[in-house]
Every structure is written in structure tokens, then in C-alpha cells.
Design a protein around this ligand. Structure first.
Ligand code: NAD
Length: 430
């Protein structure tokens, strides 16, 4: 287990900002703590991860050579229950990013009132450069390295960027083989055939669209005639584009890491999904024109859904954003500076910890089903998801109105207060 290398007290008092996603996460917490009037000791408890693990992941490549990868698992908080959070395979994974993502998971779970704390994992790898067999070996070795700190009552991983239900199946199998019996509740986002939940694969996207439609209604924008641009066409972005189109919103542009396509009259989203399934990218899709990817963020649309990576809306481009509403499908797509610029410009930003919480809600449903070995219908999952998303939306909107806060501030304050309450009620041991 690695020691805490972050100089947390300095980060908390703002004298040393780590920048990047962790700087944004710490600044959001600091603002919530100021609103709630908490003392420094409580602030620091909320700022520090409870546990961090950095592991070497040796991989035998298909050609027989050996490569050593680095992986992390950060458990930010478990005052309200087991830690919960995704596993990311990406070339730029680093410990500070994982720390930020773990903290956001704590707030997300508390905001949606699912009985978990927050965690996140990552392996520094570009999965596109590895075979399925190599990715399976990476997943199994990483799982085996972090085995002592995960489990259905400890920390429950799920898919994130670069991982999918096959990754979760390998994790579950590795954990189960080591335990000597099958433990379906150790991960969520599993294939349905292994105890995954119906509706989990599309849950994050469905949740994004539930709050996007609520935000349109809140701003008085009729769905018929509303337009949207979606950045990222992976598990979250592709589903969000599909559900927006099915709801009657005109999706005028989408992008992925390779390029972007635009059609003023609306993209044929199912045809685009078929193109991506065939070619691996939105590039070359015949039903639209080529768009410079950064320009997607500045299109004149009602809804902008960043659903790719952190920090894409920043001080350098936020003033050029013309969308009326930003719905954060990704975690941390808006930097603190961009947040201020968008707020001053009157852009409604629906924050990540609310907007993309559909995934963890149905992960919770999956964990409940796995632990009870009793399965719900797709309709039941979808109905419960919608109810929870809209309840959370109503709560955040009411808090924002009552306290004069942005939606992000209101969501963070609500979540931080719940975590602090749990912490204080449990008391300090010894
Ligand atoms: P994914 O790997 O399935 O898809 C990521 C997509 O983003 C891909 O289309 C990729 O090409 C694209 N992309 C990467 N860099 C880009 C860039 N610079 N510009 C444009 N596109 C880019 O990952 P995902 O699961 O869809 O996750 C996307 C975001 O949503 C992440 O921030 C993740 O943490 C967040 N999220 C995911 C879930 C989930 O259930 N999968 C839940 C909550 C939040």
C-alpha cells in the first residue's frame, strides 16, 4: 500500500493546488465546506482518501515479452457503506486523477442516496494497442493485486473508460476463483448471463437523458425543436445520443477521440451506431459533414453533453460555449474556471455527480439483485432509475433555489452534508 503522497493540509487550505481534476474536486469540496461552515478537521477528513493502493501489473504480451504496467485503486470514503466506483483503462491514468474520480464517486453515491462510499481504479494502458487476451491478463493480474481491498462489502468496481462487461466478468471470475466460491456481488456492470442487471448497460445514458429533459423543461425549451451536441460516442455518449433522439431532440453533432460529424438537420443516430460498430469510430460516417472536434463544444445548441473525459470545458473555450444547458455525462468535464464563466453567462450546468449517476444507481440495483439472487424486470429497473434521477434533480434544484447556489454547488453541499452526518454519527474510533 502506498503512503499518502499528497500534501493534503496544504491542498485543503488552498496554498498548494494540485490543479487538474483533483484541484477541481478539492475546490468544489472547499466551497461546500465553506457553505456548511465545517471546521478544518472535518474538511480534511472529507478531503483525504481513506485508503489508496498502487500496484505493479506485470503483463506477458502475446509475443512473449513482459511489460510492467501501473494500476491504482483509491477508496475515498466509506462512511455510508462499501466503496463503489469504476475501473478505467487509459494511457493518461494517474493517481491524482483516480483520487479526484474517487471523491466524485463519494458525492455521487451520497447525492443519490445509494448506500456506498466512493472509489475509483485505473490502469495506465491504452487498451487499443492490446489484444483481448492481453487485456484479460491485465485485468486478472490487477484484480489479484487489489484483491485484499475489494469485495461485495468492501469495494465494488464497475466499468468506466476503456473497460466493459467483459472486464467485469474477468474481475468477478478472478475474485471468485481466489475465494473458492462464486461472488457475483464483487463487481457491477457484469454481463446479464453472470448476474448483471437488465438495464445496467444503458443506465448512465438513460439517466443523463432523464435530467437533460428535466433541464429543458426547467428552462422552458420544448423538446420538439430542441438540439443537442454530444462529445464522446462510447458507453455513455452513444446511448445519450440515442435516447435524446428517441425523445425527439435533434442530435446535430457527435464526436469521439478520432473526429466529429455534424448534420444541421439531425444525425441518424442508429445508422451512426451501426457505422461505429463496423469501423470503431464516427469518422467517415456518410450522414453528416466532418466537423473540427473542438468546434462541437461551441455549437449553437440547446444541450451540450460532454461524455468523454475531464477538463474539456476550460478557461480557454468556456466563453465561446453557446449551448443553453450543459449536461455532464463525463466526470469532471468542466474546470472550475469554466464553471464560473458558464454561470456568469447564464448557462445551466447539470453537474456530473447528478447527471451521470444513472450508472451507479443501476449498479446498486445490480448489487442488491446479486446479493439476493432475485432478478428484476427491465421495466422495474427503468422505472426505479427514472424515479431516483428525477427525485435527485428536484432536490438539487430546490437546494440551489433555497440557498442561492449553482446546481453543482447545491449537489455537492447536499452530498457532503450526508457524508459528514454519517461520519459524525458513527463517531471517531478510538
Ligand atoms: P468509453 O470508453 O465507453 O467511451 C469514451 C468515449 O470518449 C469514446 O467514444 C472515445 O473515443 C471518446 N473520447 C475520448 N477522448 C476524447 C476526446 N478528447 N474528445 C472526444 N471524444 C473523446 O467510456 P464511457 O464509459 O462512455 O465514459 C465516458 C465518461 O463518462 C467518463 O468521464 C466516465 O468516467 C463517465 N461515466 C461513465 C459511466 C459508465 O457507466 N460507463 C458512469 C458515469 C460516468
Amino acid at each position: 500500500m502506498t503512503p499518502n503522497v499528497l500534501p493534503f493540509p496544504e491542498v485543503v487550505d488552498g496554498s498548494l493546488s494540485p490543479g487538474g481534476p483533483l484541484g477541481d474536486a478539492q475546490a468544489q469540496l472547499a466551497a461546500a465546506v465553506a457553505t456548511l461552515g465545517y471546521e478544518p478537521g472535518l474538511h480534511e477528513m472529507l478531503a483525504r482518501p481513506r485508503r489508496e493502493m498502487t500496484v505493479s501489473v506485470p503483463l506477458r504480451r502475446d509475443d512473449g515479452s513482459v511489460e510492467i504496467l501501473t494500476g491504482h485503486r483509491v477508496q475515498h470514503n466509506f462512511s455510508r457503506g462499501p466503496a463503489k466506483g469504476g475501473l478505467r483503462f487509459a494511457p493518461n491514468v494517474d493517481l491524482d486523477e483516480v483520487r479526484a474520480l474517487a471523491m466524485w464517486m463519494t458525492w455521487k453515491c451520497a447525492l443519490l442516496d445509494v448506500p456506498y462510499g466512493g472509489a475509483k481504479g485505473g490502469v495506465r494502458i491504452d487498451p487499443r494497442n492490446y489484444s483481448q487476451a492481453e487485456l484479460e491478463r491485465v485485468t486478472r493480474r490487477y484484480t489479484s493485486e487489489i484483491l485484499p481491498i475489494i469485495g461485495p462489502e468492501r469495494d465494488i468496481p464497475a466499468p468506466d473508460i476503456g473497460t466493459d462487461e467483459a472486464t467485469m466478468a474477468w474481475m468477478m471470475d478472478t475474485y471468485s476463483v481466489s475465494s473458492g466460491y462464486t461472488v457475483p456481488g464483487v463487481v457491477t456492470g457484469k454481463p446479464v448471463s453472470l448476474g448483471g442487471s437488465l438495464g445496467r448497460a444503458s443506465a448512465t445514458s438513460a439517466g443523463v437523458v432523464h435530467v437533460a429533459l428535466a433541464a429543458l423543461a426547467h428552462r422552458g425549451v420544448p423538446v420538439a425543436g430542441a438540439t443537442a451536441a454530444v462529445q464522446g460516442f462510447g458507453k455513455v455518449g452513444a446511448g445519450a445520443a440515442q435516447f435524446l433522439a428517441e425523445a425527439g431532440v435533434t442530435v446535430v453533432a457527435v464526436s469521439d477521440q478520432y473526429g466529429a460529424v455534424h448534420a444541421a438537420g439531425g444525425l441518424d443516430v442508429p445508422a451512426l451506431q451501426a457505422h461505429v460498430a463496423d469501423t470503431g469510430s464516427v469518422v467517415g460516417f456518410g450522414g453528416g459533414e466532418v466537423l473540427d472536434p473542438p468546434a462541437l463544444l461551441e455549437l449553437d445548441v440547446d444541450l451540450l453533453v460532454p461524455a468523454a473525459v475531464e477538463g474539456v470545458l476550460h478557461g480557454g473555450n468556456a466563453a465561446r460555449v453557446r449551448a443553453r444547458i450543459v449536461v455532464e455525462g463525463a466526470n469532471g468535464p468542466t474546470t472550475g474556471e469554466a464553471d464560473r464563466i458558464l454561470d456568469e453567462a447564464g448557462v445551466l450546468v447539470v453537474p456530473d455527480i447528478l447527471a451521470n449517476a444513472g450508472g451507479v444507481i443501476v449498479s446498486y440495483f445490480e448489487w442488491v439483485q446479486s446479493n439476493q439472487a432475485y432478478w428484476w424486470s427491465r421495466q422495474e429497473v427503468d422505472d426505479r432509475l427514472e424515479r431516483r434521477m428525477l427525485q435527485a434533480w428536484d432536490g438539487v434544484l430546490a437546494t440551489a433555489g433555497a440557498r442561492g447556489l449553482t446546481l453543482r454547488e447545491a449537489a455537492t453541499v447536499t452530498a457532503v452534508e450526508r457524508v459528514a452526518d454519517a461520519h459524525l454519527t458513527r463517531g471517531l474510533y478510538p
